[in-house]
Design a protein around this ligand. Structure first.
Ligand SMILES: Cc1cc2nc3c(=O)[nH]c(=O)nc-3n(C[C@H](O)[C@H](O)[C@H](O)COP(=O)(O)O)c2cc1C
Length: 183
């Protein structure tokens, strides 16, 4: 079994999403002996913006398709995903491979893959909160993965920019959630 571990934060060792993805991958590895982990750091080694020529290179898509479980760190920057993560996603949504259009509408073609996404957000975006209308990270990732046939699982650390105490509490709570996810 193969785990594909994706990080996309620009915050290096101070990154909350990296802390969470590391924990998820560690939990998955200890739950099942012999897991192979493929790691891609999109901040250290960014993919270029999408071009038509880039579609010819299917290395990123093949790596995604080959993984049984995909663990993604998704920091919120300017109300959405990092451009580094977007460039990775741009290589996954490919007509005829990960989705197709049918007479009944679009159909996702990715089957049997587990996708776990660790969100890290500076504010709070829950239903009814003043900024809820600006949440374009989880909603985008859910919609995009649903489109290709995957129901992603989320763990979130929110309010990270509110105060040091809130940050510590949110990360602690999200780390606890990672234990449940890997169970
Ligand atoms: C460039 C930049 C833009 C950010 N924009 C937002 C934002 O729009 N909304 C928000 O809630 N937090 C925002 N934040 C806070 C981050 O979501 C928060 O620092 C989170 O920890 C990022 O994940 P990371 O620690 O894994 O990098 C921003 C942070 C940076 C560095």
């Amino acid at each position: 079994m193969t785990i594909l571990h994706i990080d996309a934060s620009i915050n290096g060792e101070n990154s909350a999403s990296r802390t969470l993805t590391r924990s998820i991958v560690d939990q998955l590895k200890s739950a099942q002996w012999g897991e192979e982990v493929v790691y891609r750091d999109l901040a250290a080694n960014p993919l270029p913006h999408l071009t038509l020529d880039a579609f010819a290179d299917t290395a990123v898509l093949d790596e995604f398709l080959a993984a049984d479980t995909v663990v993604i760190g998704a920091p919120m920057y300017n109300f959405t995903l990092s451009t580094q993560l977007k460039a990775w996603i741009d290589r996954l949504v490919v007509a005829g491979v990960t989705f197709r259009y049918t007479d009944n509408g679009p159909e996702g073609l990715v089957k049997g893959k587990r996708v776990i996404i660790a969100l890290a957000r500076g504010g709070f975006y829950g239903e009814g909160s003043p900024a809820s209308g600006l949440e374009h990270l989880q909603s985008y990732l859910k919609g995009m993965f649903n489109f290709i046939g995957v129901e992603p699982e989320f763990v979130a650390a929110d309010g990270l920019a509110v105060s040091p105490e809130q940050r510590e509490q949110s990360i602690r709570q999200a780390l606890g959630e990672t234990v449940r996810l890997a169970a």
